[in-house]
Design a protein around this ligand. Structure first.
Ligand code: 13P
Length: 250
């Protein structure tokens, strides 16, 4: 069975004290069997969060961003070597906010994916279309291209360390969630693309998360869909009570 995952993406939120309290609370919480928790914290808190979370084997700390190079003159960036040195082995790549606000191009994301996979990271690869594309009904081909551009250079056995997160941009931070049927349709499509490129076994084993205004009130409906293996949660992951409800929604 593929892994069920509740992932939180804190983005650029929380001060150090609040971050500490949130990781402590979530690390002290029993996770339902078969469910793993991933917390993508701001870089500044990764070391602290990883130390606090180390007592709970089902809570993993992820970087929100990582550079593709091993080290060097890249002011402001963090490398996989640095993350590894503090025990971080999970990272997000391709979040729409990185693509849109920081101009991260598909070829750069492809290099980041390679670097992470080659260095033993579990990578959450984010994809998803803007509203205009959804309205023009080209959302499937848009997402297929994102996969092709930045993920499909991997060899089949490397897919084992990939988690895909489908995050339609029109649903991120807007309070508008994709309906469970819309999420299922796209997740099924993504899985079929993986099957076509690789194999049915690899497609079957891939966890595909939905992201975009996941809340305690809609999580269980979304997670009940056959191809939705969990969520990548922004706003509702910043509060322990609401994120715990989401973790318990499987
Ligand atoms: P929201 O849950 O705040 O819509 O954010 C989703 C997201 O972008 C997670 O990466």
């Amino acid at each position: 069975m593929r892994q069920k995952i509740a992932a939180g993406n804190w983005k650029m939120n929380l001060d150090s004290q609040k971050a500490r309290e949130l990781v402590t609370e979530l690390s002290n919480t029993m996770t339902p069997s078969g469910v793993e928790v991933i917390l993508a914290c701001p870089a500044l808190y990764l070391d602290m969060a990883n130390t606090l979370a180390s007592k709970n084997r089902k809570v993993h700390i992820a970087a929100q961003n990582v550079h593709d190079k091993d080290n060097g003159a890249y002011t402001g960036e963090i490398s996989h070597e640095m993350l590894t040195s503090i025990g971080i082995k999970y990272a997000l790549v391709g979040h729409s906010e990185r693509r849109e606000y920081f101009g991260e191009k598909p070829s750069f994301l492809r290099d980041k994916v390679s670097t992470l996979v080659n260095n033993g990271f579990t990578t959450i690869f984010c994809c998803g279309e803007p509203l205009k594309v959804r309205k023009s009904k080209k959302h499937k081909s848009f997402v297929a291209k994102q996969l092709k551009d930045s993920l499909f250079h991997l060899k089949e056995d490397q897919l084992k360390s990939i988690i895909v997160a489908y995050e339609p941009i029109w649903a991120i931070g807007t309070g508008v969630t994709a309906s469970p049927a819309q999420a299922q349709e796209m997740h099924k499509f993504i899985r079929s693309e993986i099957r076509k490129k690789y194999s049915s076994q690899t497609a079957k084993n891939l966890s595909i998360l939905y992201g975009g205004s996941v809340k305690p009130a809609n999580a269980s409906q979304l997670f009940s869909k056959a191809d939705v293996d969990g969520g990548l949660v922004g706003g509702a992951s910043l509060n322990a009570e609401s994120f715990k409800k989401i973790i318990n929604s499987f």
